[in-house]
Design a protein around this ligand. Structure first.
Ligand code: HEC
Length: 191
């Protein structure tokens, strides 16, 4: 009995040593994270729409290939955070999820499969930084490059995508599907 009590105290002390966020910090990071994700999505989407107008998927895919990551990095610099878009069904291997992101993706996939709400998550990550995660939902305007091949994605578009991303897994989505996640790290000033 004594032993149990001691172990309990030990675990309680240990967990109080690890950093945790207060309720109001979680709220603040949730608002900030959502704002950064939304601004980045707008910037990516706006430029994409222009390219689609100019020359369809044929122009837009090479554009995404060279510009999606630099745009994300530019926004990260602006907000002083790290921004990543990642997925369980990847197009670009450079966006591959790390261990923590895989767990988050699995959680959202479960919630999605059970029709439960997929709310943003804020937690302290392995490196001790506040981290924001939120689902990326597939919209109608995404179907031309992520929808079903032969229906939304023309065979011609598919072969263009295939030529840039031979290992592409990011087609076959329907409107409203879970496409991936935002993963935003708030960098703490070093103490
Ligand atoms: C013109 C084609 C096109 C359209 C339209 C498009 N995407 Fe993509 N998407 C791409 C390409 C190409 C990549 C790979 C970009 C890169 O190299 O970083 C990509 C990558 C992604 C990624 C990063 C993860 C991964 O698999 O590499 C996410 C998330 C994503 N798209 C979501 C969306 C959403 C949501 C929409 C609609 C709002 C959308 N895309 C519209 C072509 C498109």
């Amino acid at each position: 009995m004594h032993k149990f009590f001691l172990i309990f105290v030990f675990v309680a002390v240990l967990s109080s040593c690890s950093k945790s966020l207060s309720k109001s910090e979680v709220e603040q990071y949730t608002i900030k994270g959502a704002e950064i994700a939304q601004t980045t999505a707008k910037k990516l989407g706006g430029t994409l729409v222009e390219k689609m107008k100019d020359g369809g998927v044929k122009e837009a895919v090479p554009f995404c290939n060279t510009t999606a990551l630099p745009i994300t990095e530019e926004m990260a610099y602006k907000f002083n955070v790290d921004i990543k878009r990642t997925s369980h069904l990847l197009r670009n291997q450079k966006n591959k999820p790390n261990e923590e992101e895989v767990l988050v993706l699995n959680n959202y996939s479960k919630l999605f499969a059970n029709n439960k709400p997929m709310k943003p998550v804020v937690e302290i990550d392995k490196s001790g930084n506040p981290h924001f995660y939120a689902p990326i939902i597939l919209q109608k305007k995404c179907l031309a490059c992520h929808g079903e091949i032969g229906i939304d994605v023309t065979k011609k578009s598919d072969s263009i995508i295939e030529s840039y991303y031979p290992k592409d897994l990011a087609t076959g989505f329907k409107e409203g599907d879970l496409r991936g996640i935002w993963s935003i790290t708030f960098k703490q000033p070093s103490e």
